[in-house]
Design a protein around this ligand. Structure first.
Ligand SMILES: Nc1ncnc2c1ncn2[C@@H]1O[C@H](COP(=O)(O)OP(=O)(O)OP(=O)(O)O)[C@@H](O)[C@H]1O
Length: 653
């Protein structure tokens, strides 16, 4: 006969009997001093530790036979167990090593044991089953405590409404419709599904997106292909070109190129825009740099700092911006191919002016094949005007509102990417009226926005060429709403003074759609984040548990992990991860694992029944106690590692 203890290792109570009264479980036990005690288990078996291993072990210990509602060892994850109104013989799920199911069942099959079959450990059914051979006394048929049963000196009570259950019922594990029954062993396919279940992990799309961005962030160039790249540029290293040097463009007579780089001290990744061969002569222009550095907005790429360097072998001016991995220019995204895939069959020289009808047809064909949805164009307008609004209100101008200087990330997120450059490289120290210049540039920004929207609507950059504008406007009128046309007309009417805030009423209720989409998107992301937050928390817990469990030795003590608190943690690990099904196959249930770990993490007062691998000892212990064991054991390891570290440092000194 196995010993069965309640409590923890320090305060153990020997279990004498368990009985059910008015749907409450009571336990009769003796303390170490031998004094018998009775205590209410507060629906212990019914609502809390209603796992099969515990019930089986109660049954086994007390010769109670198999519990009448056999359920897998994770009964307490009731939210994962659909209610089934059926009669079934549910499979058993045993803790590690407890594969001898017949051993457990045999109690119920012998006449002798049937005498002891008790409903007192029936966890789910509202009415405990009675054995046929049990003597029952009717006390009060009208209610209260109608039946009284005496088994081995312990008195059990039943309601009069509880129909006596036959021996057959008990032996066949009949399940009433009130029971929560796990429908059966999860098939392998179910288990695989569980592993991929998005309710536990972030969605595949977001994961792929983040992984690819991380990869792009960590990308390093092959030094053989870029032998001229400097190792260090004023505190930035690991330079990686974002475009081929041969493709670098010339702005206002200066060649520019882009690099990803890592800040040496912080490890943060940035984007460096290098202006080749630029000698900074007028430090007054740095005033604009300071203004741009202070400008924070979701639709602009943040400028961090500007400095000159000779690291590239020339006098270069470097603009440091936030790095947004995976971004592409608006030109690449929407205009890259449309200008190249048409070859005029009548002209050998593509620069020869084409007849009017030909150009119109060309634009129409491009537009018809690749028309952008109007909501997307409005989405872009809202983002760009939002950026312009903040820029103009801080008395600055974008000065580079061009499809090559707008980057797109995550499908439709726009950012202005080249801010501040023109203010520095085009700075005129002789200009006596910088405010007028800025106002002029702001008007140009609005014209540039009009051209950009027109180009997007016609899906062609040639649409904005002076000779094509009327055709392009014609196409817009035919394909899009008058609102969009009016907006373009407003922006391209250069003889009147325009203001970005005037565009807001033209956008009108589309703001609400945008806001709604954004809020929905935020909620989706928050939901994904909450899943991963839980995973991070559980990962930390698992790391602690794994660090402690079955450690070969600690402080030269090889038995450390097999004794005391650690032994309990080892059994808990088996209980959580190494459960097996009735026929000895591994039984996997994510819900069980997560639920157990969550309870351990919060230190729930709920108890869990742990069984040794040889099935010779059983411990009933609270998660609270397990948490204490884990924290204490992990602390011991931490302390020991710190001592080791200190002694190593001392040695070095
Ligand atoms: N802040 C940024 N973070 C990440 N990538 C960026 C950032 N700014 C620009 N890029 C990327 O760097 C590359 C080069 O940018 P650049 O502004 O030079 O565009 P471009 O099309 O090459 O224009 P240009 O022809 O004027 O050189 C583009 O692929 C762009 O997506």
């Amino acid at each position: 006969m196995r010993d069965f203890y309640l409590g923890d290792l320090t305060n153990s109570y020997k279990l004498n009997s368990i009985f059910n009264m008015d749907h409450q479980m009571f336990v009769r036990y003796s303390q170490s001093n031998g004094v018998p005690q009775e205590s209410k288990l507060a629906n212990y078996m019914n609502t809390q530790v209603n796992d099969i291993s515990l019930r089986q072990n109660f049954s086994t210990k007390l010769n109670l036979g198999h519990p009448t509602t056999p359920k897998k060892g994770l009964g307490h994850s009731s939210e994962f167990i659909p209610k089934i109104a059926s009669t079934s013989s549910s499979p058993l799920y045993l803790p590690y090593g407890a594969t001898d199911v017949n051993h457990h069942l045999s109690f119920a099959n012998t006449g002798e044991d049937l005498d002891h079959i008790s409903a007192h450990v029936t966890p789910e059914s509202s009415s405990p089953p009675h054995s046929a051979n049990t003597s029952l006394e009717v006390l009060d048929k009208s209610g209260g405590i109608p039946y009284q049963e005496n088994v081995g000196g312990t008195t059990y009570f039943y309601h009069s409404s509880d129909p006596p259950i036959s021996t057959d019922t008990v032996v066949n594990h009949t399940i009433t419709s009130e029971c929560n029954v796990y429908p059966g062993t999860p098939s392998h396919i179910d288990t695989i599904k569980l592993k991929q279940d998005t309710s536990f992990f972030m969605s595949e799309d977001i994961r792929t997106d983040i992984i690819s961005r991380n990869m792009l962030t960590l990308l390093l160039p092959d030094p053989h292909h870029f032998p001229d790249l400097p190792q260090d540029v004023d505190g930035y290293h690991e330079l990686c070109p974002l475009e081929l040097i041969s493709n670098t463009s010339v702005h206002k007579g200066y060649q520019t190129s882009m690099y990803k780089a890592t800040h040496t001290k912080t490890g943060t990744h940035y984007c460096l825009r290098r202006i080749h061969g630029f000698r900074l002569q007028h430090t007054k222009s740095m005033m604009y740099v300071d203004m741009w550095k202070k400008l924070v907005h979701s639709n602009i790429v943040q400028l961090k700092e500007v400095f000159t360097t000779k690291a590239f072998g020339d006098n270069s001016l470097i603009f440091v911006y936030d790095f947004h991995p995976g971004s592409e220019t608006l030109l690449n995204k929407h205009f890259s191919t449309d200008q190249n895939d048409y070859c005029d069959p009548f002209a050998n020289d593509n620069t020869t002016p084409r007849p009017y009808s030909h150009q119109k047809n060309e634009l129409l064909r491009y537009q018809a094949n690749n028309k952008l949805p109007e909501p997307l164009i409005w989405n872009y307008i809202i983002q760009l005007t939002s950026a312009l609004r903040i820029i103009h209100s801080t008395h600055l101008a974008c000065r580079s509102l061009d499809p090559t200087k707008i980057i797109v990330t995550s499908k439709s997120r726009l950012r202005l990417s080249c801010l501040g450059v023109m203010d520095v490289i085009c700075h005129d120290p002789n200009n006596m009226n910088p405010l007028a210049l800025i106002q002029h540039c702001q008007q140009e920004d609005l014209t540039a926005l009009g051209k950009l929207v027109l180009a997007l609507a016609c899906k062609s950059t040639t649409a904005v060429q002076r000779e094509n504008i009327s055709i392009a406007m014609d196409i817009v009128s035919r394909s899009y709403t008058s609102d969009l046309r009016n907006l373009i007309v407003y922006l391209l009417t250069t003889h009147t003074r325009r203001n970005v805030t005037d565009i807001m009423p033209m956008i009108g209720a589309r703001f609400y759609t945008q806001l709604d989409n954004l809020q929905n998107n935020v909620e989706v992301l928050e939901n994904e984040l909450s899943k991963e937050m839980e995973n991070g928390r559980l990962f930390r817990l698992l790391s602690k548990l794994t660090t402690v469990n079955e450690r070969p030795e600690l402080n030269l003590d090889v038995s450390w992990s097999e004794t005391g608190d650690r032994y309990m943690l080892k059994l808990f690990r088996d209980y959580v991860f190494h459960q097996v099904s009735e026929d000895g196959h591994p039984w996997l249930d994510m819900a069980h694992i997560i639920q157990c770990l969550n309870k351990l993490d919060v230190g729930s007062p709920e108890k869990v029944c742990l069984m040794s691998r040889d099935e010779q000892s059983i411990l009933v212990v609270s998660y609270n106690e397990l948490k204490r064991c884990l924290d204490q054991s992990f602390d011991e390891i931490t302390q020991s590692s710190l001592i080791e570290e200190v002694s190593r440092t001392d040695d070095k000194l």
